[in-house]
Design a protein around this ligand. Structure first.
Ligand SMILES: [Ca+2]
Length: 281
């Protein structure tokens, strides 16, 4: 071996040692540990309390080693369930199904998400969580609600003013309402219509008295919640209406063209009860 060859071999040896040192120091070709939640897919986004939602979660092993890890599903901050994925091969993905029974859930909008636990030596942890869109859980109307004039029987002296309420009972998820109230204009004048306290328990409302017609004897009123929120359930007052008694006589305070609408934009079944007015001398 001549001198030139010796120098080349020595150089190659030094280069090999340097390369091995760099590979070792920088971690090239070492194992990569990285898992990710790829998607979160609920079976429905608008459900009634009591429905079961299936949430399909896809997780992927983006690393170079088999991985075992936990996947936890949530609605808002509440843990739904944790499942374990065992020995997921490198480069592959798998699907998990979580069942969310909404029986005891308060009607509202909820975020659904899934979170994979961080495996040892995993550095990219941002992709271990995946948030899906909003799921709307609502109360469901099972029996008809009742829309009525309250009190049902009114006795007032001529010349006086009085107020009645239009009230709702046993309603679920009321988001918007509308009614027309009729009376005999010979005996009564409508003085004022105000919003009742029921609907704005659920949020900001837009209340409108569309018409007060004292010639024909009717008022048309409606009110709606605003924004993507639940409706209101239970009993309460929708509107308060003030009348002036012009003359003695009797008439019906009759509700017609009534509309009750849920936050899913569905009509709410209901019965209507009119009021009876009697002006006494
Ligand atoms: Ca990750």
């Amino acid at each position: 071996m001549n001198k030139k060859t010796l120098v080349v071999v020595a150089l190659l040896v030094v280069l090999s040692i340097a390369l091995a040192y760099i590979i070792r120091k920088e971690g090239y070709f070492s194992a990569i540990h990285d898992i990710a939640v790829v998607s979160v897919m609920p079976s429905g986004t608008e459900v009634y309390v009591g429905d079961v939602i299936n949430i399909t979660v896809i997780v992927k092993n983006k690393g170079t080693q088999n991985e075992t890890f936990n996947v936890t599903s949530f609605y808002d901050a509440t843990v739904l369930e944790t499942q374990t994925v065992t020995d997921l091969p490198a480069g592959t993905q798998t699907s998990l199904t979580f069942n969310w029974n909404t029986t005891d859930v308060t009607p509202a909008n909820y975020w659904v998400k899934a979170e994979a636990s961080v495996v040892p030596d995993e550095t990219d942890t941002l992709d271990n969580t995946c948030l899906d869109g909003i799921i709307r859980v609502r109360a469901q109307q099972t029996e008809p609600a009742t829309l009525q004039v309250d009190p049902r029987l009114i006795k007032v002296k001529a010349g006086r003013n009085f107020t009645i309420s239009v009230s709702i009972s046993d309603v679920a998820d009321l988001y918007r309402w509308e009614f027309k109230l009729r009376w005999n204009p010979t005996f009564l004048d409508c003085v004022d219509v105000d919003e009742g306290a029921f609907l704005n328990q659920g949020g900001n409302t837009f209340f409108r008295t569309l018409t007060i017609n004292n010639t024909e004897g009717y008022a048309l009123v409606n009110c709606t919640l605003k924004g993507d929120i639940s409706g209101v359930s239970g009993d309460g007052t929708l509107a308060v209406i003030e009348f002036h008694v012009k003359d003695t006589g009797k008439c019906i305070l009759g509700l017609c063209d009534t509309k009750l609408v849920s936050s899913f934009k569905q009509p709410i079944i209901h019965t209507v009860k009119d009021g009876n007015f009697n002006a006494v001398p």
